[in-house]
Design a protein around this ligand. Structure first.
Ligand SMILES: *Cc1c(COP(=O)(O)O)cnc(C)c1O
Length: 410
């Protein structure tokens, strides 16, 4: 089930101090999470989590994760700059390329970041933009469907990412003639999966292939990068994946395929790290009864796009009414001129009236970060609920001046 660790009093206190809507993040929860991950993979001496910056690109959060020993997975110049300004350096940063401007290779090389190449054509680009380093990571795409047992977990054959095995071979041959001595393998084959065998199966796939490639090329197989994809329980009936069991499953695969050790493990979890530790706090502003009952709130899809974009479920609670019977059915809507601007559709909820404070759960990853400015709506503030129980604004809300700032000649 979603994370109910914070009491309604925390959200109510925050809403007294800051105007709604805002995202609130729980520092203590994020720290506990990072420690659980590091413990689950502690058996691998070279383990490191590279938090996927895109999930929650706020320096306060990135700095907390740095203190917990995490690196960062970046995918753009701006994310690289964010990493640099938070004090991440060298191998604490991975750049995952995919159809990116070549200058971003130069920037990543200047920082000493690990480069994750997405295509054979990235080799000459890297050569002329920052140069080929000693260690590179290559992104693998196995094609077809990725299945565990009878369950299809993803469709790599339709995904734009990564290289086919023949291209990995060609890239490594070419890289070997230059300065590369060590390579790593990366793949991201399933998103938001709560299947605990996903990482173990992926590890087995990458370790087997990596050993083959090392034998063929004579290069050192340095690490596997399991990337992101571990899911979270968005719905009350969803179970929580057990990270200790996942770490143990990867260890078993590792010891079977790689008994000699010497291969590091990296992850780039985004959603699992911070998703359950963020909430979008919004106030009910309107009640409307037509063919359905609607509750209009002061947040909208620009503050949280997932429901509008994917029909994603986010649990909603009403402060002070957690124990009330869910005997009303509402669509919870924002103000955009788009009918998909709904945080919930035909949702059973307690009776809700204008003035109620609503808490939309699991917005700590791919929440604020996917924001936009449609309809001239502005992005909200972000508040950190600190480990000491304080409330710290870590990003102010946008103002109309921010909206107008990029318009030229106006
Ligand atoms: C999005 C992304 C992640 C994080 O994915 P989650 O589903 O949030 O865990 C990790 N690595 C790469 C390259 C990504 O694009």
């Amino acid at each position: 089930m979603p994370n109910f660790q914070l009491s309604d009093a925390v959200f109510e206190e925050a809403a007294k101090r800051f105007p709604t809507p805002f995202h609130l993040y729980d520092e203590a929860g994020i720290r506990v999470r990072a420690r659980a991950l590091n413990a689950a993979f502690g058996w691998n001496p070279d383990f490191r989590e590279y938090f996927a910056v895109k999930a929650l690109p706020n320096p306060a959060i990135l700095s907390i994760l740095k203190e917990e020993g995490c690196g960062l997975d970046c995918s753009s110049a701006t994310e690289l700059t964010l990493a640099e300004r938070c004090g991440f350096r060298g191998e604490e940063i991975i750049l995952s390329a995919n159809a990116m401007p070549p200058e971003e290779f130069s920037q990543a090389r200047a920082l000493g970041a690990v480069i994750n190449l997405d295509d054979l054509s990235d080799v000459p680009t890297l050569r002329s933009h920052g140069g080929i380093p000693e260690t590179v990571c290559l992104r693998f795409n196995p094609g077809g469907d990725f299945a565990i047992g009878n369950t299809i977990m993803g469709n790599p054959g339709e995904a734009k990412y990564g290289m086919m095995p023949s291209q990995l071979r060609e890239a490594l041959k070419e890289l070997k003639t230059e300065s590369v001595r060590t390579f790593g393998l990366h793949a991201f084959l399933s998103s938001n999966t709560r299947e605990e065998s996903y990482f173990p199966e992926l590890a087995a796939l990458l370790l087997t292939l990596g050993k083959e490639l090392a034998e063929e090329t004579g290069l050192r197989f340095g690490f596997i990068d399991l990337s992101g994809g571990i899911g979270i329980p968005y719905r009350p009936e969803d179970p929580e994946p057990d990270i200790a069991a996942i770490g143990e499953g990867v260890r078993r695969a590792f010891e079977k395929i790689c008994p000699e050790g010497g291969v590091g493990i990296k992850t780039e979890l985004g959603r699992w790290m911070t998703g359950p530790f963020g909430w979008l706090v919004t106030r009910a502003m309107h009640e409307k009864k037509i063919y359905r009952d609607y509750i209009g709130v002061d947040a909208c899809a620009v503050n949280l796009m997932r429901p509008a974009m994917y029909g994603a479920y986010h649990h909603i609670t009403v402060c002070g009414k957690r124990d009330w019977p869910e005997d009303h059915v509402y669509d919870v809507t924002g103000s955009l001129c788009e009918n998909n601007d709904k945080f919930a559709v035909e949702r059973k909820m307690p009776e809700t009236v204008p003035g109620d404070l609503l808490v939309i759960h699991d917005t700590g990853a791919h929440g604020y970060a996917m924001g936009y400015n449609y309809n001239g709506r502005l992005r909200s503030a972000e508040i950190l609920y600190t480990a000491e129980g304080g409330y710290r604004m870590i990003r102010r809300a946008e103002t109309p001046d921010d909206y107008f700032a990029t318009l030229t000649g106006f």
